[in-house]
Design a protein around this ligand. Structure first.
Ligand code: SF4
Length: 299
């Protein structure tokens, strides 16, 4: 009789395996990025009870539902304001937004730029698949010219966003980009971004294998890995204005920015202290003081 051995997935402690099988297509890079993220959480020795993950809508938007942390699957483009609210309500939380390029830079574009401008203390992971994957492969703000998509059958002609350049201009303090081939390097950047105070941004390039790569003759699965292998160039500290992604040309990857500047929370407290002096108390301190008084009375 054949014996069956059941092996537990090595990342089962942080995966909601009861929700599997997941919805992602075979050869999609999103799963690889999730694997790197879970490894990064453990490498950074994060306290799972002090983390929250927020996603918007789309293929990558499903990530929050598969990772076993406090998870929120929000409406389209609204992951960042939701995450901001979580952070403001509980400054001890590490809040991560994990979503796609369409959700973050199109529908949620305004939230993205203003969270970076404010240096809101959240981490944003963007899986850039170059199109809208879940809704049929339409052109997105990140589609390279002149890629073929379902809404640009004769070639995309709109200039795409270069997300690292956009976010440096807005004020992010940590920016890195890798492809889903660069598993160890992506994990390292995700680890650093988890530990970085302020607005950190990691772009993971993973063209939609079903609706983008095949349509643009990049093949699928192994072909895509080979493409990244042959067409990625590591350029740490590269000027972010030089990071545009051209159609089927070399993709520059690396860690481009790692700087310090005050977070929104620090700036707001500094301003309130200046304006109000001793009259300024943080809500948490007031609550703690009130609790202390109650305990004193009871004793
Ligand atoms: S449609 Fe594209 S992005 Fe979505 S799961 Fe499939 S391969 Fe990935």
């Amino acid at each position: 009789m054949t014996e069956t051995t059941h092996l537990e997935h090595p990342q089962a402690h942080l995966l909601r395996t009861d929700r599997f099988p997941h919805i992602w297509c075979p050869t999609c890079g999103i799963g690889t990025v999730v694997k790197c993220f879970i490894d990064a959480i453990d490498k950074a020795k994060m306290d799972y009870d002090k983390m929250a993950i927020v996603s918007g809508i789309g293929c990558t938007g499903r990530v929050a539902g598969y990772v076993k942390l406090d998870s929120y699957h929000t409406t389209h483009g609204r992951a960042i304001p939701f995450a901001t609210g979580l952070k403001l309500a509980n400054r001890d939380l590490k809040v991560v937004v994990f979503s796609g390029d369409g959700d973050l830079s199109a529908i949620g574009g305004n939230h993205l730029i203003h969270a970076a401008r404010r240096n809101m203390d959240i981490m944003v992971v963007c899986v850039n698949n170059f199109i809208y994957g879940m809704t049929g492969g339409q052109a997105a703000p990140t589609t390279p010219q002149p890629a073929n998509t379902s809404t640009t059958p004769h070639g995309a002609f709109e200039p795409p966003f270069s997300l690292p350049s956009l976010l440096e201009a807005c004020g992010a303090v940590y920016i890195a980009r890798w492809t889903s081939l660069h598993v160890r390097r992506l994990t390292k950047s995700l680890t650093e971004a988890l530990l970085k105070p302020g607005f950190s941004f990691v772009e993971a390039v993973a063209p939609c294998s079903t609706l983008y790569a095949r349509r643009n003759r990049l093949g699928s699965g192994f072909d895509l890995m080979k493409f990244y292998h042959d067409h990625s160039r590591i350029e740490h500290d590269c000027d972010t204005s030089q990071l545009a992604i051209d159609y089927q040309k070399t993709i520059k990857v690396g860690k481009f920015l790692d700087i310090e500047r005050p977070t929104w929370q620090e700036l707001s407290e500094r301003q309130l202290l200046t304006a109000l002096g001793d009259d300024y108390y943080r809500a948490a301190e007031v609550k703690a003081a009130q609790q202390g008084e109650k305990d004193h009375v009871k004793a």
